[in-house]
Design a protein around this ligand. Structure first.
Ligand SMILES: [Zn+2]
Length: 230
């Protein structure tokens, strides 16, 4: 037995980990959330449906190979609490764990099996510095471990913090979209099928903006995934 494993067992004995949702002690195979709470989270099953609500949100806007969200982000739902921990309580481990859980479920269903790399939607530098991390990157890290595909952080970056797309004409909107993200190193992305990921999908405007920029690179294909859909 490795020292780290012995140490972990000892820590578990002294300070039993509890489920962040129901507070019950976790067993060894459980991580952050107990199995009972994990299976109770409201699932969309969108990845089995090639014309699901998430894909439809991008119809006629950008060319998407596949798009899906795993959970519903309802008011008062347990999932909201998890996202709150991830975004505002410095619980990066919640993002990584949810990323792993999500990737395992997607893998079982054969979804996103032909992607080459994962790109988390970048945060603006100022915002990332304030939070200390990018929550989408935490999710990407967890997914990467299970899908065995690399996370690419140097392909694109965010040059504008806010997304002010509402009440704009199609042309203004297009210009605005072009201004939020910028390619950093396009050669890293050439010919790749990119899985673009984020925590929650609301209007889809941010994902669209980032995808538009990525699609400017030769031979790039885009799939989209968010943990939850509002
Ligand atoms: Zn629980």
């Amino acid at each position: 037995m490795k020292i780290r494993a012995i140490w972990n067992d000892l820590m578990r004995l002294l300070f039993p980990e509890t489920c962040v949702l129901c507070g019950k002690s976790l067993i060894e195979s459980e991580d952050i959330i107990c199995l009972h709470c994990l299976y109770r989270l409201p699932r969309t099953n969108f990845h089995n449906d090639r014309e699901n609500r998430v894909e439809k949100r991008f119809f006629g806007k950008i060319a998407v190979e596949q798009a899906s969200s795993l959970f519903y982000f309802n008011k008062g739902s347990d999932f909201r609490h998890l996202i709150h921990l991830l975004k505002y309580k410095d619980r990066q481990d919640v993002g990584e764990t949810l990323g792993r859980y999500a990737a395992r479920e997607l893998l079982q269903q054969g979804a996103f099996s032909d992607i080459d790399c994962i790109i988390p939607i970048p945060l603006h530098k100022k915002k990332e510095r304030k939070r200390g991390y990018n929550q989408a990157e935490c999710i990407a890290k967890g997914m990467s471990e299970v899908l065995k595909k690399p996370v690419e952080l140097n392909g694109v970056h965010r040059v504008k913090a806010n997304n002010t797309q509402t009440r704009k004409s199609v042309l203004q909107r297009w210009q605005n979209v072009q201004e939020i993200f910028e390619l950093k190193d396009a050669t890293l992305l050439q010919g790749k099928h990119i899985l673009l990921i984020d925590d929650v999908l609301t209007t889809g405007a941010t994902m669209e903006a980032c995808a538009v920029v990525l699609l400017q690179v030769d031979g790039v294909k885009i799939s989209l995934f968010t943990l939850a859909v509002a």
